[in-house]
Design a protein around this ligand. Structure first.
Ligand code: FPP
Length: 254
């Protein structure tokens, strides 16, 4: 995990923060943000998309290497057609509008989820976005779109079953690494920290396998209002966490 250098970027000036290498964010609260302003839900999603661009910039500057954001779940199809269409349109618009800025920031874009099941125009955006950004080095933005943690585990199991059926893998050799290695993006490290704005305290099917030892941090702030200060507060809390991964803390081992 990266340790932030002296005084770098933190709002407290000389504060040292421990920065997660891999960060997950559940972008929740767009609807409530819009309702508070008597605006349609679509306005909340639009404000949420704009805030995603800010989050990318802040995370890149802080030294996060992998940022995974939950943009559309496998369960979000049950929302009214209008809202689903708005989210699909926003998805297409986002890259047209912000990719030049992401490029300037050196942000590579990847997608995770059941991408094959998405409409062709969305798949095209995913393919082009990944291709266009593949040589960018500063940070990877991983957009979970039509993503469900359970569906991802099923995907991994099916891959493994196929390998067994083809005689390429012995059942007794299946272990945790086999499951991890057959997830959608096996090279992306498990999230060190998962942030959920809007006060809900659940994972909602986000990175279920990968989050086994993730630190969780929730905030009452609604996603479109979640800015640099809230991100810094989350990193401050993370800095003070004692990650034991089922073992003992450094103090207890002494
Ligand atoms: C949850 O808030 C948010 C979503 C289901 C969509 C998240 C999408 C964005 C932030 C914009 C997408 C941008 C791109 C580029 C894909 P909610 O609607 O459930 O809010 P509520 O709980 O307050 O109703």
């Amino acid at each position: 995990m990266a340790i932030l250098g002296f005084g770098k970027k933190s709002s407290e000036g000389d504060e040292q923060l421990k920065i997660p290498v891999s960060l997950g964010v559940i972008m929740d609260g767009n609807g409530r943000w819009a309702k508070k302003r008597m605006l349609p839900r679509s306005a909340g999603h639009r404000a949420g998309a704009e805030n995603l661009k800010e989050l990318c910039r802040n995370c890149g500057n802080y030294g996060v290497k992998y940022l995974t954001v939950y943009a559309f779940s496998t369960e979000n199809w049950s929302r009214p057609d209008d809202e689903v269409n708005t989210l699909m349109d926003l998805f297409v618009e986002f890259w047209e509008k912000y990719d030049p800025e992401l490029e300037q920031e050196g942000i590579r874009v990847r997608f995770t989820g059941d991408i094959d099941a998405l409409p062709e125009r969305i798949k095209e955006v995913c393919r082009k976005g990944e291709e266009r950004s593949k040589n960018r080095q500063k940070m990877q933005l991983i957009v979970a779109f039509n993503y469900g943690g359970r569906r991802e585990i099923v995907h991994s199991c099916k891959n493994i079953a196929r390998l067994v059926k083809e005689g390429k893998l012995d059942i007794d050799d299946i272990n945790e690494d086999t499951i991890s290695g057959n997830l959608y993006l096996p090279d992306v490290p498990d999230p060190d920290l998962i942030i959920r704005p809007s006060g809900e305290q659940r994972l909602s099917n986000f990175l279920l396998w990968e989050s086994a030892y993730s630190e969780l941090w929730v905030s009452d702030c609604l996603w479109p209002d979640f800015g640099f200060e809230e991100l810094t507060e989350a990193f401050r809390a993370y800095t003070n966490r004692d990650r034991r991964f089922g073992g003992l803390s450094k103090e207890e081992k002494k």
